[in-house]
Design a binder for this molecule. Structure first.
Ligand code: TXA
Ligand code: MG
Length: 375
């Protein structure tokens, strides 16, 4: 067995259990049984990929340093990039964090389980491999029955997104399989991730709290709920303050192999088709803008979902591929899946319609801008 192909990775089919849950809901015994081999593997110090409502995570026991090292190795993740701890029960918060401000309880009572990660002062019980030497820890409560069951049985779990470092985060089990086959014993398949972009990271160790990464819960929603103006993050990849604070944000991320750029209007798109007009081009555009677009050429392949397999797209030859979306939720849900799908098809140019950089558009634009930097 070669070092890179240590496992014949198995997929545990759990799509039937893919849904969100409240804190009150108890895990179903039949799901615990189904997840049994994954639960056992985690307890024995292995890593397992599992679905959350944001993206797929690569999980290990938060208290097993050796297991946590396997995460860094499998992903090729830089050692200075800390991991988020995933919990299922609010009562566990104090085991992992200290000096917890009231704001943390207020926020988790409202938004957990859900796509919100809070940065808090850490307890020393947490291995250094988790926090990459920082005095803080990121904590979140994922809102999916599968992840909550796994955490209840084998947690707390540390989990970065289950992709190779630098690649788009996985939003389907297939994405994890493509990146990490052979490096882990199990991938739990919970279907396509609900949100498709990662959690919002909010630093509560400063005042006013600061968004370190925009995500599933918008800054606007948090500000309205707290009635506090939150500290500014910068979506620029070279923002030095932020780099120091959320180490992961300084790395190039989410990048497809193709050259990626944004456009704004139907007119921009018409002009684009004058330069690139072949099957090396893919476009992600709102339904409305696509209706307004009047290209000279009318030979396109238009899809409104991302197929699971690139082989499902046969009409592609010679024609630009157009992916339309109805709203920003769908655009966010499909963004990373689209990037990977385009890579499978060897697309060379991707153009994505830019959204407004606020509300739900903030996380979408942040990922787009990070994906296109360095190009
Ligand atoms: O939605 C999510 O948050 C997903 C799912 C799997 O839960 N996880 C995820 O993890 O996106 P990852 O490792 O891909 O991104 C975590 C980010 C990194 O940018 C990291 O630097 C930052 O969180 N982070 C983690 N702990 C931190 C800490 N103590 N202080 C500042 N930033 C932290
Ligand atoms: Mg990641």
């Amino acid at each position: 067995m070669s070092k890179s192909n240590q496992f014949d990775t198995k997929i545990i089919q759990a799509q039937d259990f893919a849904r969100g849950v409240s804190f009150e809901e108890k895990a179903e015994p039949v799901l615990i049984d189904l997840l049994g081999p994954a639960i056992k593997a985690i307890k024995e110090g292995e890593i397992v990929a599992f679905p959350t409502e944001t993206v797929y995570g690569l999980g290990a026991s938060a208290f097993q340093s050796q297991a946590i090292k396997k995460i860094y190795a499998a992903k090729g993740r830089p050692q200075d990039n800390p991991l988020i701890v995933h919990l299922a029960d609010l009562n566990d918060l104090e085991k992992l964090a200290r000096d917890i401000p009231d704001l943390a309880y207020k926020l988790f009572n409202e938004f957990a389980p859900g796509p919100l990660t809070l940065i808090l002062k850490r307890q020393t019980i947490i291995p250094n491999e988790v926090t990459a030497g920082l005095d803080t820890v990121g904590i979140r409560f994922p809102n999916s029955l599968i992840s909550r069951t796994l955490i209840q049985e084998a947690g707390p779990l540390v989990a970065p997104s289950a992709n190779l470092s630098g690649k788009p985060s996985p939003t389907r089990a297939k994405h994890v399989y493509d990146d990490l086959y052979g490096k882990l014993p199990y991938i739990i398949d919970g279907g396509s991730s609900d949100i498709g972009l990662e959690s919002t990271i909010l630093d509560l160790t400063v005042y006013p709290p600061q968004i370190l990464r925009p995500g599933g819960i918008s800054k606007k929603l948090l500000e309205e709920f707290l009635d506090i103006e939150l500290g500014n993050y910068s979506s620029k990849p070279d923002a030095p303050d932020l780099e120091a604070k959320a180490p992961g944000m300084k790395y190039r991320h989410y990048a497809p192999q193709a050259k990626l750029d944004t456009f704004t209007s139907a007119k921009d798109l018409e002009n684009l088709f004058k330069i690139h007009n072949s099957d090396s081009l893919a476009v992600i555009v709102s339904e409305k803008t696509w209706q307004d677009c009047k290209p000279v050429n009318s030979d396109f392949l238009v899809l409104n979902t991302i197929p699971n397999q690139s082989e499902e797209v046969q009409l592609h030859e010679g024609k630009p591929l157009i992916i339309t979306y109805s709203d920003l939720d769908q655009a966010s849900h499909d963004l990373f899946a689209a990037f990977r799908f385009f890579d499978d098809l060897s697309i060379q140019y991707i153009y994505v319609q830019a959204a407004q950089d606020q509300g739900k558009g903030e996380a979408f634009m942040n990922r787009l801008n990070k994906a296109k930097s360095d190009k």
